[in-house]
Ligand binder design. Structure first.
Ligand SMILES: Cc1cc2nc3c(=O)[nH]c(=O)nc-3n(C[C@H](O)[C@H](O)[C@H](O)COP(=O)(O)OP(=O)(O)OC[C@H]3O[C@@H](n4cnc5c(N)ncnc54)[C@H](O)[C@@H]3O)c2cc1C
Length: 383
């Protein structure tokens, strides 16, 4: 796979302007890293996957993966920006020509932020087909009522991709039909008072929220693709998302491993570096091996994705293994640093909290194992 060393170098240079102290201050204040997001946007990285005819860079998934991996590897937090890169994929793949021409060029320049993704709901969680938010057709509009939870970056987004039920479950043609995707103009809905956003205080600085729809009108022109086929459209973006999140986890793992091995070499106790003790070396070496194995699967998934293959199995497994590898590396890094691993100024505890998310979101490990059990190994369906 192309390693995009020139892009990585440039990303690393940009990230150097946002050192640990910047992230610690944002983390403490639970503030969105607007300056970092703006800088990445201005440099064009967030438009990597948007085709050139819509003003983007038209790069393949492997380039976007390299950008996100590098952001994490440099100690920054891609969680603030990654969705601006890939949420637009739903519009790109399933939107009308008019929707693409209207929105994508502005998403490419950053004039419009399309980085809110409203799928998860409090009562349905992982069981997406049970979601309760309803969109009812009324003349030229749909009227939306319901609630989403964990809608990240909603306060920092102009547009939201929303999944809502348009046909009652019992009347839908099949189990997976009856849900539709909408492109919601959040600023308009906020001004109309039909959308409310409430931040959720979480263990890391992730700008996540719950959102409430109260007779929110969405023009029928903002329905993406066909009514009732939304679940399939959402699924179609998940493999790319998983591979990108996997790449971020690889970046995190490399950051932890670099920090841990450097510290093990320099911290001297009992007259020798702590890294001379195999008890200190081995967890770091093991985390490195885990990271490399996961990285190979991430790369395999990306290569197959770019070749047009169905990578459901690779994308799921790669994301799971990469998230476990970053966690193992974080664990080794904290342990190597002893008490200093817990001091905010070392930045390790922040990254440790941030990387934990990826074993739960955007899909939790059990769901991945269940996918592998059923779709790869042919075992009976469990739900
Ligand atoms: C910080 C953060 C940001 C997020 N951002 C977004 C976002 O922007 N947009 C969005 O739509 N969602 C977002 N999410 C939601 C995320 O995708 C979900 O939290 C995740 O998919 C798990 O769903 P849940 O929290 O409802 O857990 P639940 O579905 O309630 O599951 C709870 C636990 O039970 C397990 N479980 C459930 N059913 C089974 C089963 N049949 N077999 C075995 N185990 C099972 C799950 O694996 C999980 O461990 C975010 C979440 C967080 C925490």
């Amino acid at each position: 796979m192309h390693d995009y060393s020139a892009i990585r170098e440039e990303v690393a240079k940009l990230c150097a302007q946002y050192p640990g102290a910047y992230w610690q201050a944002k983390d403490k204040a639970r503030e969105y890293p607007s300056e970092f997001v703006a800088a990445l946007g201005e440099a064009g990285y967030l438009a990597a996957l948007i085709p050139e005819n819509y003003g983007g860079a038209g790069l393949p998934l492997s380039a976007a993966a390299a950008i996100l991996e590098e952001i994490q590897r440099q100690g920054c937090n891609g969680g603030a920006v990654h969705a601006q890169m890939y949420v637009m994929g739903t519009v790109l793949r399933h939107g009308s020509e008019e929707q693409k021409a209207r929105y994508l060029p502005k998403v490419a320049t950053g004039e419009l932020r399309l980085q809110a993704f409203g799928v998860t709901e409090p009562t349905s969680g992982t069981d997406t087909l049970s979601l309760k938010t309803v969109a009812r057709r009324d003349g030229d509009d749909y009227v939306v009522n319901g609630q989403k939870i964990w809608t990240s970056r909603a306060e920092h987004s102009d547009l939201m991709i929303l999944l809502a039920r348009t046909t009652p479950r019992e009347e839908a043609a099949s189990r997976t039909e009856g849900l539709s995707v909408f492109l919601v103009d959040m600023k308009e809905a906020l001004a109309a008072g039909s959308l409310t956003i409430r931040p959720i205080d979480t263990m890391m600085n992730h700008a996540t929220t719950e959102v409430f729809f109260d007779n929110m009108r969405v023009p029928a022109a903002n329905l993406v693709g066909e009514e009732g086929k939304g679940f399939r459209y959402i699924l179609s973006g998940m493999n790319a998302e998983r591979l990108l999140i996997g790449s971020e986890c690889i970046g995190d793992a490399k950051w932890f491993i670099d920090k841990a091995s450097a510290y093990a070499k320099e911290r001297t106790l009992f007259g020798r570096p702590i890294g001379q003790n195999q008890g200190v070396q081995f967890p770091i070496a093991r985390a490195y091996a885990q990271m490399r194995a996961a990285e190979l699967l991430v790369h395999d998934g990306i290569a197959k994705y770019e070749a047009g293959e169905n990578v459901g199995a690779e994308a799921n497994m790669a994301k799971m293994l990469a998230a476990e590898a970053s966690w193992a590396a974080g664990e080794a890094c904290i342990q190597t640093h002893g008490g200093f691993g817990f001091a905010a100024e070392y930045d390790i505890e922040r990254k440790f909290r941030e990387t934990r998310l990826y074993q739960v979101a955007p899909i939790s490990t059990n769901m991945i194992l269940s996918y592998v059990a059923e779709h790869v190994l042919g075992m009976p369906r469990s739900y």
